[in-house]
Design a protein around this ligand. Structure first.
Ligand SMILES: Cc1cc2nc3c(=O)[nH]c(=O)nc-3n(C[C@H](O)[C@H](O)[C@H](O)COP(=O)(O)OP(=O)(O)OC[C@H]3O[C@@H](n4cnc5c(N)ncnc54)[C@H](O)[C@@H]3O)c2cc1C
Length: 406
């Protein structure tokens, strides 16, 4: 029987980051198992937005590690990751959104994050297509934020992990985790068993397939995230900042001369994890012909700030699955039921930006049984017993996605 010290299940951005952070700390015999290829699911579909500050302070601490890991990976691999530091313009128009944005701005200043309140002249210079309804609105520019290609970042973690000795095996499907007397002893795969002392479930939307047999139902539901890409126009440019418009429930970022637009739906589409095929690339997250429905539903609120929406030439559509929890926070930690079984899942549309911190925190937890990051917001058991297939629970997670504040 093959052996490893730690087996990581899943070759998405989280599995690869955990492998890198463990191997970098000197853990020997780290083995990552991926049944398809690296970054074939959510990690190749993300818009790649990376924020230093958001409505979730516990997530921000993890995200800030990702900003610092980029140069580390570039040095190790010798390849640029091409992080586009265009900054973010956050827009608050309603009283609530303005108050939230002012609080975010004050927190940014306290925490040393680059942030500046900007006026109408700044907005029309940097975002000529943007219209704001209210002259008294609040707009804050966070100049060091930006976006990255999540596929390249996943591969950079993987290459760096390998350079510190981690093994990555592709085409290996894990069918179960083996435990004896409440302690992990190995994993079962389609290519035979592998003995190990620690296992990390980083299997994205499929994670419940692996943890349920350990008596651990993860409180998360595969939920649709999607965006549209409009073709280049004179008023767009790749230097323009990303925008987050809280009242419209929408965001934009440049995309090769055009613009990428993401919107939140009133009723997010969810799936029972049991219905997911192994290979998501052939799965209809959105039924053919209905890829414009959510954009049409959002037209009124989006065209309020993006008046050129109607004439925009939308040429691409991307839909994928992100696992959402009812409170929009991740699921990170060791299972109560089985010692040595760890989870990094439930990434609620933020797994790219938090990947560095999640990898770092999980490596600390696995090696030292504690982490320097405060992971209490991400406790696996914070919702008590749940049935991740029940309709009621799916509705709770869909609402978390619909209300997601960035
Ligand atoms: C449209 C869209 C836009 C997004 N935009 C952003 C964004 O702007 N910023 C951001 O931070 N995040 C964003 N996200 C979220 C982000 O993509 C995810 O949080 C992140 O990719 C999750 O990574 P992961 O490694 O947990 O999962 P995944 O990338 O889904 O990887 C899980 C892997 O596990 C493998 N696996 C599963 N079961 C097994 C098994 N039994 N054996 C072996 N392998 C297995 C799968 O094949 C898969 O490769 C977006 C997501 C979507 C869908």
């Amino acid at each position: 029987m093959d052996k490893a010290s730690t087996v990581i299940i899943g070759g998405g951005i989280l599995g690869c980051s955990i492998a890198y952070h463990l191997a970098k700390r000197g853990v020997e015999d780290v083995l990552l198992l991926e049944r398809l290829d690296l970054a074939t699911a959510a990690s190749s579909q993300a818009a790649g937005l990376m924020f230093q500050i958001s409505s979730k302070p516990a997530v921000d601490i993890l995200s800030r590690r990702t900003f610092s890991v980029l140069s580390e990976l570039e040095n190790i691999t010798g390849e640029a990751l091409d992080f586009k530091a265009v900054g973010t313009l956050r827009i608050g128009e309603s009283l609530d959104s303005k108050a939230n944005l002012e609080q975010l701005y004050e927190r940014a200043i306290r925490e040393g994050i680059a942030a500046k309140q900007v006026d109408a002249a700044w907005r029309s210079q940097h975002l000529p297509w943007l219209r704001v309804q209210d002259d008294a609105l609040t707009t804050v520019h966070f100049s060091e934020e930006g976006y990255i290609d999540p596929y390249r970042l996943t591969h950079a973690y993987a290459r760096s992990a390998r350079s510190f000795g981690a093994q990555i095996k592709l085409g290996a499907n894990v069918s179960g985790i083996k435990a004896t007397n409440g302690v992990v002893v190995g994993v079962e795969t389609d290519q035979g068993d592998i003995a190990c002392e620690k296992v990390v479930v980083a299997a994205g939307s499929w994670s419940n397939f692996l943890t349920l047999s350990l008596g651990c139902a993860l409180p998360m539901i595969p939920t649709r995230s999607h965006f549209w890409i409009a073709a280049p126009e004179d008023h767009f440019s790749d230097e323009q900042p990303m925008t987050v418009h809280a009242d419209a429930g929408a965001y934009t970022r440049p995309e090769v001369g055009g613009v990428l637009l993401g919107v939140q739906e009133q009723h997010s589409r969810t799936f029972d994890y049991k219905d997911l095929p192994n290979d998501i690339t052939s799965f209809a997250v959105t039924e053919e012909g209905s890829e414009w429905d959510a954009l049409i539903e959002a037209e009124q609120r989006v065209s309020g700030f993006f008046p050129k929406l109607e004439g925009a030439r939308f040429e691409s559509y991307m839909a994928g699955l992100s696992a959402y929890t009812p409170d929009g926070h991740f699921l990170l930690g060791e299972t109560q039921a089985v010692n040595g079984a760890f989870v990094a899942a439930g990434c609620c549309g933020s797994g790219v930006m938090a990947s560095g911190g999640i990898g770092d925190a999980l490596a600390e937890l696995i090696i030292d049984s504690k982490s320097s990051y405060d992971l209490s917001a991400f406790d696996l058991n914070r919702f008590g017993q749940v049935d991740p297939s029940s309709e009621e629970f799916q509705l709770l997670c869909a609402q978390a996605r619909a209300k997601k504040a960035k």
